[in-house]
Design a protein around this ligand. Sequence first.
Ligand code: SF4
Length: 181
Amino acid sequence: MKNRKKIATVWLGGCSGCHMSFLDIDERILDIIQLADIVKSPIVDQKEFPYVDLALVEGSVTCDEHLAEIKNIRAKSKMLIAFGDCAVMTNVTGMRNYFPLNEVLDTSYVNAISNDEGGESPSHPCLMKLNDKAVPLQEVVTVDFVIPGCPPDADTIFYVLQEFLNDRTPNLSTAHKLKYG
Ligand code: SF4
């Protein structure tokens, strides 16, 4: 019998859509848990990031907290997968990169309020402070594999997991053929 593997899924600067697509594998999650334990995920109440075989990371790196998190994940993951287009190339989260950060914040929080008092940017110390630019994972850590898409479709996610959990390297052109012929 194969050794059971450990999987983590992580949500950095993303919208959670990639994780929603992961949940769309539906009952096939039972095939996954035959081979692996999901030990860290937004749906698992585990505070520390454990050592894992596979880490699927959604979203870009948008602040210093994300940077520290992805470095810790990299150090503890045998295989780090950029999960979805925001992780691969910043995608939606990188649209703000074309503008100065203060303009983005003013547009989002100050100018968007139309009453006479206007709005103000949230400044609570517990809130993360955005860096000037969102960056993709491979700009700050080594990435071993990418699952593209916004979000990636559930069949592709399932295919990639099945391949890695059976010690094979996924071929995304094969996954495309399986789905579309
Ligand atoms: S790739 Fe798309 S679905 Fe995934 S986090 Fe980014 S915007 Fe959301």
